[in-house]
Design a protein around this ligand. Structure first.
Ligand code: PTJ
Length: 284
């Protein structure tokens, strides 16, 4: 057995870098960094999740999926997550269960994907969509044909059958920017939409169209979180797999049970609990 590979500071050896490190005998030759994990950091490392997130966002930018503004958005999210203790707080767990129930009740649920979401949770989004029979639609603030295609291809590489958003034959009324462009038979026809990682006016405009919104955002004060029927104040890399787990557990629940879970959920209380946790939480 070789020595445990050193993890120096916060640097993450990528696969190519790992090869160089192996040749220089810094990583043992049998180290399977490129086969077993995306980052050469043990999973019990206290910053594992944060380092993995940064790595995925960086790769997203390199692949033309994530915008450079996405790096800044991630930094903002990380700051909130740090204050939350990088954990799923109880009120978020309840929101994730309510979201799963709401998605299972929906006639036409759609998960909206932007450049950060695609980079962070492509496979996990495909799993969620499968668990609740939802469609996946790409919707971008900084919309270009190249990014739309790259994100759709990336989602397909991670198992998505069909990806909506490229037709863009529908519009969200009263929204002047690119996020107004939707597929008429996708978000345009949806009754429940998952809106992750965007602090903006689209959530309000979708609400005005009569759609039920599930927002994932680490900032409980963001406009999207404030207008959502179900705001989930949690890191998307924890939130999406949790929603899928709840959906699988609730898969055979009857309508009444699902409606009960949704009715019991109190959006205002969830936002207040998240804000209190951020403002008053004790840092370890
Ligand atoms: O890919 P595009 O062109 O559609 O652009 C996407 C970004 C994210 C750049 C764009 O939507 C944007 O600028 O978003 P904002 O206004 O910065 O809002 C992003 C929100 O997501 C902020 O409230 C962050 O706190 C939050 N956030 C960032 N990272 C995470 C997060 N919430 C949950 N999990 C995260 N990992």
């Amino acid at each position: 057995m070789g020595q445990t590979p050193p993890v120096v500071g916060w640097s993450i050896p990528r696969n190519a870098e790992a090869d160089t490190l192996r040749k220089a005998n810094v990583l043992p030759p049998e180290s399977n960094v490129d086969l077993m994990s995306e980052i050469e950091v043990p999973e019990d490392h206290p910053r594992y999740e944060s380092l993995l997130t940064r790595h995925r966002i960086e790769e997203g930018v390199d692949k033309g999926i994530t915008s450079r503004q996405g790096l800044i958005a991630e930094g903002r999210g990380e700051a909130f997550d740090y204050l939350l203790g990088e954990r799923t707080i109880e009120s978020a767990e309840r929101a994730e269960r309510a979201a799963a129930a709401q998605l299972l009740l929906a006639d036409h649920p759609v998960v909206s994907v932007n450049g950060n979401v695609a980079a962070l949770v492509a496979a996990e989004t495909v799993d969620l969509a499968e668990a609740v029979a939802a469609e996946i639609e790409v919707n971008l603030f900084n919309r270009t044909a190249e990014r739309m295609d790259a994100i759709a291809a990336h989602l397909q590489e991670h198992g998505a059958d069909a990806v909506k958003g490229l037709t863009a034959d529908g519009r969200i009324p009263n929204l002047s920017h690119e996020r107004a462009k939707v597929d008429a038979d996708g978000i345009g026809a949806a009754d429940v939409v998952v809106v992750p990682l965007e602090d903006g006016d689209r959530a309000e405009a979708l609400g005005a169209m009569g759609k039920t919104e599930i927002v994932i955002d680490l900032n409980p004060l963001s406009r999207s979180a404030q207008t959502a029927a179900i705001p989930i104040v949690d890191n998307i890399i924890r939130a999406v797999p949790n929603m899928t787990a709840h959906a699988r557990e609730l898969e055979s629940a009857d309508r009444e049970t699902l409606e009960g879970i949704v009715d019991e959920f109190d959006a205002e209380a969830a936002l207040a609990a998240a804000e209190a946790a951020i403002r008053e939480g004790e840092l370890q």
